[in-house]
Design a protein. Structure first.
Length: 350
């Protein structure tokens, strides 16, 4: 008698949400595994670059070449900020205490309150581009939607008319804004470890200014300060502007499921290894928002998996070049300010 093997049934589909199924694909590919060797080398390289910049500042001393060091240190400060970002997302350490300790050290090196930034960034990740819940698009000097433009008063109303043209010049002040926002946050009693953050921030400002004015004449010290902080702010702004600016803005109860909330509000930037280095992996913004604790060198590897999965689901997955991302962000800012320009025209005709 012949025995027939019953046909093998296909495995049952993985249960759970769309994101759960994608998460399993990513985990099976090993992309959530830690990269201690990578982060050890990166941390040492950034620390050496930071120490080397300040050593060059002291060795060169009085001389206009010192201003080149100011520009160099602006880039290094940006790389320190990117490393602090990865630490805060626990891409480097599993334990909270190690992450907070190293994050505070990195934050102190550039004059940033780690506790303030982590709280703000966590809220952004939970509700990206949500007009009411994302602190990154809360109305301030700029307006991000036409609704915010109609409600704007004072300086935002004046700036909002031409904010697309003023955006990059205003980024020159973003480094100073980082320090000011960190200082203002210290008055918030809900901020954890605010005494420690305050001490570190005051220490940074005291040491930074003392170094400048002890080594350089007053005029050159002020020039160093301006170049360093303005270029640092410009670099920071250029790191984050391509990620969400110009993408759909959510309002009210408009909160799609986790996968769509993260994918539809983010934009990837195409590029080479140099783009990954310059933007710290944030050019793979979709993958980063879906898997914040994924080590940054794995984001590029996750990209084809996520893109193909989104295509299968029919979820829009936007990826552009760097220049195109800035163009889209500026166009969105210009559209957001349209009500203010129309109001001005109407007032002029009246």
């Amino acid at each position: 008698m012949t025995m027939h093997t019953p046909p093998r049934r296909p495995p049952p589909p993985v249960g759970g949400s769309d994101f759960a199924r994608l998460s399993k694909k990513i985990a099976d590919a090993g992309l959530m595994n830690r990269r201690p060797g990578y982060y050890t080398i990166r941390s040492i390289a950034v620390a050496l670059a930071y120490a080397g910049g300040w050593s060059a500042f002291v060795l060169i001393g009085v001389g206009w070449w010192t201003l080149a060091v100011a520009a160099y240190l602006a880039v290094v400060f940006g790389q320190v900020a990117l490393l602090a970002h990865d630490v805060a997302h626990r891409q480097v350490f599993r334990r909270r205490r190690a992450s907070e300790t190293c994050g505070r050290i990195a934050g102190a090196a550039i004059g940033m309150s780690y506790g303030w930034w982590q709280d703000k960034h966590t809220r952004h990740h939970a509700n990206p581009n949500h007009e009411d819940l994302d602190p990154d698009i809360a109305p301030d000097l700029l307006v991000w939607s036409q609704g915010q433009a109609r409600a704007a008063t004072g300086l935002p109303r004046l700036i909002g008319r031409w904010q697309a043209f003023l955006f990059f010049p205003m980024l020159l002040l973003e480094g100073v804004n980082l320090h000011v926002s960190s200082a203002r946050a210290l008055s918030n009693r809900a901020l954890k470890n605010r005494a420690l953050d305050g001490a570190l921030l005051c220490g940074y400002i005291a040491v930074y200014l003392a170094a400048l004015f002890l080594v350089l004449p007053a005029g050159m010290a002020i020039a160093f300060l301006a170049i360093n902080q303005c270029l640092f702010g410009l670099y920071l702004g250029c790191l984050f502007a391509p990620n969400h600016k110009g993408m759909p803005i959510l309002t009210g109860n408009d909160r799609p499921d986790f996968l769509r909330r993260q994918v539809l509000t983010a934009r990837n930037v195409r590029g080479s290894w140099f783009t990954d280095l310059a933007l710290g992996g944030l050019n793979h913004q979709i993958e980063h928002h879906l898997f914040p604790s994924m080590p940054s060198p794995h984001l590029r590897k996750a990209r084809p998996i996520v893109r193909r999965y989104c295509q299968d689901l029919g979820v829009d997955y936007l990826e552009t070049g760097l220049i195109a991302s800035y163009r889209q962000a500026l166009a969105s800012l210009h559209r957001a300010g349209a009500p203010l320009r129309r109001a001005r025209t109407s007032a002029a005709r009246a």
